[in-house]
Design a protein around this ligand. Structure first.
Ligand code: PMV
Length: 366
């Protein structure tokens, strides 16, 4: 079988039996989302803002092929065939059904994906995985969606994924509508608006998280009386964060991101049952960043933590050496597994045919 051959069928413009490969990267939110007003459509209560990582630092590469030869979708992640009956995986893969219905095709997909960072360790692998999948499928199905439209679909696989459809600094607007049409991502600062920004991803654990974020968010919304306050506070802080970023003010953005991370983790802690993602090393890292700022007499770096114990420590070129010197002690004690440094990066892009990870063996029934 020639995988490059395009079969013209009733599926009008759909590229059947042709492999499309794309790469995309995760993002880290500085003002975070935690809580949905609609679980199925993945509509958040508050807007959020993030930076997309550079592909050189962290990326997902995904090859996709739509074909009539398969009875069901097939998915390989990091060399392992995945069970698409698994509820979590199936919910995320539902984005393919949305895309298929837009393309008016029932062709099944073979998806082969590889993460160049640990999966499910709080490093937003689902964000880059789903954003890259939607991007590659949009090309393969010839639907011609723009980034905003793709972000609306990606959002339904994993909320934070919608922000990875864009490079630079990205806002996910919460929106108000019940159909979710005004809940999408958009770029608010280009990649090169402030090139001095660096994020140090400090990996302290590669364990799978105990509480999946979907479940955790539901518990927070249902049990936490502080939740209403959080929604208003996050919206207010997002405006302040954007203003500081516009001024290229490291002290401002660092202060807002630390306050927001602490507020989200306090909300998780006070949920019933209590959700705790941080570990003792996370707290030591928070202490160390605060000590560094105190010694400097001003805020030169900020931390933020997602649904996991790994830290993101943000600074600018000028102070990066000080941050790395501070992190050296953690490395020497063996409490940090590795550190990855990333600049602000681009959104997903298509790769040439030579990057295809699909082989004909994967199409054979077994
Ligand atoms: O993308 P989800 O639905 O798994 O949620 C992730 C939420 C946080 O990473 C904790 C915060 C955020 O805004 O990215």
């Amino acid at each position: 079988m020639n995988l490059q051959y395009e079969v013209i069928t009733a599926d009008a413009m759909v590229h059947l039996d042709r492999v499309f490969t794309a790469e995309g990267s995760p993002n880290i939110a500085f003002i975070k989302y935690w809580g949905k007003r609609n679980d199925k459509l993945v509509l958040p209560y508050n807007s959020s803002i993030s930076m997309t990582f550079a592909h050189e630092a962290m990326r997902t590469v995904t090859s996709i092929l739509f074909t009539k030869k398969l009875k069901n979708d097939v998915f390989y992640l990091d060399g392992q065939k995945q069970n698409l009956e698994n509820k979590d995986t199936a919910e995320r893969f539902a984005v393919l059904d949305i895309l298929r219905s837009a393309a008016k095709t029932e062709a099944k997909a073979l998806v082969v994906s590889k993460n160049y960072f640990p999966t499910a360790s709080g490093l937003a692998s689902s964000a880059s995985g789903i954003a890259t999948l939607v991007f590659a499928a949009n090309a393969a199905l010839e639907i011609g969606l723009n980034e905003k439209e793709m972000s609306i679909i990606a959002r339904q696989g994993s909320g934070s994924a919608c922000r990875s459809l864009f490079g630079g600094i990205v806002v996910w607007k919460a929106g108000k509508r019940t159909d979710g049409k005004d809940s999408f991502a958009l770029q608010v600062f280009e990649r090169d608006y402030w090139p001095e920004i660096v994020d140090n991803i400090v990996v302290v654990s590669q364990d799978k998280k105990k509480t999946p974020s979907r479940l955790g968010m539901r518990q927070t919304v249902n049990t936490n009386p502080l939740f209403g306050v959080r929604t208003l506070s996050a919206e207010r802080r997002l405006k302040l964060f954007k203003e500081s970023y516009r001024r290229r003010d490291i002290s401002g953005i660092a202060a807002h991101m630390m306050a927001d991370s602490n507020e989200m983790h306090a909300l998780m802690l006070s949920t019933v049952p209590s959700i705790r993602y941080l570990n003792p090393i996370s707290y030591s890292l928070m202490d160390a960043v605060e000590e560094l700022n105190e010694n400097e007499g001003k805020i030169i770096a900020g931390y933020t933590f997602d649904a996991g114990p790994n830290a993101n420590i943000v600074t600018v070129n000028k102070y990066q050496k000080k941050v790395m010197d501070m992190l050296k002690q953690f490395k020497e004690k063996g409490s940090v597994i590795y550190i990855k440094t990333s600049r602000v990066g681009d959104g997903p892009k298509l790769l040439g045919a030579e990057y295809s990870m699909i082989n004909e063996d994967m199409l054979r029934p077994r």
